[in-house]
Design a protein around this ligand. Structure first.
Ligand SMILES: [Zn+2]
Length: 195
């Protein structure tokens, strides 16, 4: 068994005070740091963290809108090179082995849509490490965590979402996303249960 951790989009724009701030985002940043460094830390073989990484020019394939519907169009967020695109300061990135960027010039919700800084695809990174299982944490439960976990299942991985290390945009869509993930075969457990 080889297990990876996916740390999804724990960026300033997705935490309190950001362009698309999720309530609980800063708490998740600190909790993920604690999960990686704490006494009961799961021993991950590889830690992969994603960032939404949009162009500052243009609408990134219709992803940005001045009149967003918050379903498929959004206010400007996570423009590469700006503070909003950086990891939240409470996230200890020293534990991250592979940094994935996604969404440059296009909408991208799943970590699998991105690439490592050296250009490798996510499936290539996972194959190099022989990853068979993955835990997913980060933001937001009802959007990028959902999409990343579903893609991980589609890749044939055994997937857990750690429910106290994620936060969602809205309660209804978050509950629906967790139901959808469980129906797809994803385990939903707390970090303590995962240890
Ligand atoms: Zn985006």
């Amino acid at each position: 068994m080889t297990r990876a951790l996916f740390v999804i989009d724990i960026q300033n724009d997705f935490t309190e005070g950001g362009a698309l701030g999720v309530a609980g985002g800063a708490r998740v940043a600190q909790a993920v740091t604690d999960h990686l460094g704490g006494p009961r830390a799961v021993d991950y073989d590889v830690v992969v963290a994603s960032r939404d990484w949009h162009d500052g020019n243009g609408d990134n394939g219709g992803h940005f809108s001045a009149d967003p519907d918050y379903v498929t169009t959004w206010p400007v967020h996570c423009v590469r090179g700006t503070p909003g695109a950086e990891y939240h300061p409470a996230l200890d990135v020293s534990a991250v082995d592979v940094h994935v960027r996604k969404g440059t010039g296009e909408p991208a919700y799943s970590l699998f849509e991105g690439r490592a800084e050296d250009g490798r695809s996510v499936p290539d990174v996972l194959a190099e490490h022989g990853v068979t299982e993955v835990d997913v944490v980060g933001l937001a439960t009802d959007h990028c965590v959902r999409a990343s976990a579903l893609d991980a299942v589609a890749q044939g991985l055994r997937v857990r979402v750690l429910t106290d290390l994620v936060a969602g945009v809205a309660p209804g869509t978050t509950a629906a996303a967790l139901d959808e993930l469980r129906a797809a075969g994803v385990e939903t457990v707390t970090a303590g249960e995962a240890s």
